[in-house]
Design a protein around this ligand. Structure first.
Ligand code: AHR
Length: 504
């Protein structure tokens, strides 16, 4: 057994979580929308064709904000195609993912679905094939009360009250050559500034997310952020980050170490934001919107096959990663990385929500199940809100192929002052041993464990499916005893843990 010691002190404070770090993402991609949130053929759908099982699971996950309609999709999207009478909406070849978009679901339906799941919409505007004009019109359509061309059209389409969309993305991954109308940093920065300016002129209460790099391995990473922020600093409120990790080579220690790269990514982007702030003597601070993150690789081969055929289907099964238990471990550590930086990461969107690299899977027409990654997200969203405390962890470290000094115990504590609760989240990464952990919980005398939830599986490749929905599912462990703020607990080998304490 490996030993670790962890100090948690109420005064070692990272920040308050913004509830929007538990956001997600719905893109017109594969079966995320059609056959995912919307499936009129499913007997369990409501009167608008929205699946009730998905509404219920989304509510259970407590997702407060949902990004839409893309992703890469948005860079070729005409939002006007998706509003008004459905029989008049055009079908179009969609060039981001090579599918036929039938526009049955558009902005109004998505806003309505958000109301049904209790989430706020985060809309992205098209800065690929479109620009400031389409963007400002969409803000007018969504947020203007009435009495203007686009707001009256919304009313005529059956939505008397404005959708009141507060958070907007200025395009998507515009640094990537795969993007429809990819731009250089200078080109994007100008487009984002001018679009953002008129969007805020239509509704000054909105917040804007400027595109950062698609990932930190882009050759333009760093310079892209600096150039974009130099130009857009006065209209942008956040800069975006995206990250996806794979385990293509099956090197588990290296895979589990990847969350440390996410830490480094966040810290580098914070430095760039603050560099631009300092250089230009700005008072305003730019915060981070980590608006795409996940594990993604299982469906790469199937994707290639679909793309090579170009069959132009509507809602083909695409990017349907089936997550195993190992994926849930890294996924859990990625959540801890977001929490560890909650003073600057104010928004994060798990990409995506249903069917496409998602925690929730459906069978079109009926049937659904929860993937392994559903559980760490659920636990963090439920118990990981409040004051994030800086945990001082003394434990063994390991080197992997691409990373060094990776702690075998990834741990963070979140205090919910209102409920007098403290929740410890931990991921263990040693391949062979449990981790016996001694906590010193300063200023938390009188707090006793009330629940220890563990996600663990002897079969590291185990995954859930429609026939075996509980192959990977959390269990409750017997509770350790706390003694005057001291606590000894065994975190099992390769596991995700949620240890909840409450003041007695
Ligand atoms: O989430 C899937 C895709 O990943 C998004 O469309 C794009 O923004 C990213 O490359």
């Amino acid at each position: 057994m490996i030993k670790a010691s962890v100090k948690v002190d109420r005064d070692f404070f990272v920040g308050e979580t913004d509830k929007r770090i538990y956001g997600s993402f719905v893109e017109h991609l594969g079966r995320c929308v059609y056959g995912g949130i919307y499936d009129p053929a499913c007997p369990d759908s409501d009167e608008l064709g929205f699946r009730k099982d998905i509404i219920d699971m989304t509510k259970e996950l407590g997702v407060p904000v949902i990004r839409y309609p893309g992703g890469n999709f948005v860079s070729g999207y005409n939002w006007e195609d998706g509003v008004g009478p459905r029989d008049k909406r055009p079908k179009r070849p969609e060039l981001a993912w090579f599918a036929i978009e039938n526009n049955e679901i558009g902005t109004d339906e998505f806003a309505e679905w958000c109301r049904r799941v209790g989430a706020e919409a985060n809309l992205a505007v098209n800065l690929g094939t479109r620009g400031p004009d389409a963007a400002r019109n969409l803000v007018e359509y969504c947020n203007f009360p009435s009495g203007t061309y686009w707001s009256d059209l919304r009313v005529q389409n059956g939505y008397k009250d404005p959708h009141g969309v507060k958070l907007w993305c200025l395009g998507n991954e515009m640094d990537g050559p795969w993007q429809i109308c990819h731009k250089t940093a200078e080109e994007y920065a100008r487009a984002a500034l001018e679009a953002g300016k008129v969007m805020k002129w239509v509704d000054p209460s909105i917040e804007l997310v400027a595109c950062g790099s698609s990932n930190m391995r882009m050759s333009t990473f760093g310079q892209w952020e600096a150039t974009v922020l130099e130009e857009t600093y006065d209209i942008a409120d956040y800069i975006s980050l995206h990250i996806y990790f794979d385990n293509l080579d099956g090197d588990l220690p290296n895979f589990l170490a990847k969350s440390t790269e996410m830490d480094g990514f966040i810290e580098t982007v914070i430095s760039i934001c603050d560099y631009v702030k300092g250089k230009n003597r700005k008072k305003k601070r730019i915060d981070l919107s980590f608006d795409e993150w996940n594990v993604w690789y299982h469906a790469f081969d199937a994707n290639k096959e679909y793309i090579s055929k170009r069959e132009w289907e509507t809602a083909p099964a695409f990017n349907e990663d089936i997550y195993n238990f190992e994926d849930a471990l890294l996924f859990g550590s990625m959540i801890l990385s977001l929490l560890r930086h909650c003073d600057r990461v104010k928004i994060a969107c798990l990409a995506q929500l249903v069917n496409v690299i998602a925690p929730i899977m459906t069978v079109t027409g009926g049937g659904s199940y929860k993937q392994s990654i559903y559980y760490p997200f659920l636990h963090a969203s439920k118990f990981g809100r409040g004051r994030v405390l800086r945990t001082l962890c003394d434990c063994a470290k390991y080197d992997s192929r691409d990373y060094s000094d990776v702690p075998v115990l990834d741990v963070i504590a979140v205090e919910n002052e209102e409920e007098s609760e403290l929740t410890i989240f931990a991921v263990t990464k040693d391949m062979d041993s449990d981790v016996l952990t001694n906590f010193s919980l300063r200023e938390f005398e009188g707090y006793e464990p009330i629940e220890h939830i563990v996600l663990q599986n002897d079969d590291l490749k185990a995954f859930n499916s429609i026939n075996q929905p509980d192959a990977v599912t959390p269990v409750r462990k017997p509770l350790p005893k706390a003694d005057a703020g001291a606590l000894e607990v065994v975190f099992p080998r390769l596991s995700w843990n949620v240890l909840r304490l409450k003041k007695q």
